[in-house]
Design a binder for this molecule. Sequence first.
Ligand SMILES: Cc1ncc(C[n+]2csc(CCOP(=O)(O)OP(=O)(O)O)c2C)c(N)n1
Ligand SMILES: [Mg+2]
Length: 191
Amino acid sequence: MKGTEAFQELLPLLNDEPVVHANGYICRESFNIKDREANFYMIGSMGLASSIGLGVALCKPNRKVIVLDGDGNVLMAMGTLAMIAAQAPKNLVHVVIDNEVYESTGSQRSLSNQVPLEQIAKSSGYREAVRVDKKEEIKPVFEKLMNSTGPSFMLIKVEPCFDPKTGRVTHTPEEITHRFMKSLQPTGNER
Ligand SMILES: Cc1ncc(C[n+]2csc(CCOP(=O)(O)OP(=O)(O)O)c2C)c(N)n1
Ligand SMILES: [Mg+2]
């Protein structure tokens, strides 16, 4: 499946969950398909979506928190996999769009074609770690993980395909932070 198809499959499955996005095309694709107040876009530093998501999950144990990450981002902050496993937030679902390249900066090859990231997550201590290769698997696997005890890890293998014409996130970092924090206020709709 193409990377864009993975986003098109995944994003309609979201309700009001906080979603912390890795930088680069991960942010841009999600922003352009469906911007949400509960989306945090880490538009600068690579590797940090997972630690921000961990912090949110620990502070908001009654909300399911999703990290939408990239393979290059995970490889850069591999120690965070161990930290997530050790802290073991039951409410964290870590989704990785794995195109085996640093697509946002020119498609240089990453190591994820040789290093199975879902196995690293599992052996670090994530409760569940699943690799998905087919578009049709995204919905059932994601729904299962959303209803299971975390932390869980979902690696979605995709072909690089992002269109460089896809616009950038237009909100300022302050706006992103403000509306994200507002969306974290209790809604009475928690799960
Ligand atoms: C600390 C840091 N190093 C490098 C960059 C430049 N950079 C931005 S996105 C990116 C690639 C991210 O790769 P991946 O997570 O696989 O996402 P993809 O671009 O493939 O969607 C790089 C190298 C950065 N923003 N921050
Ligand atoms: Mg990548």
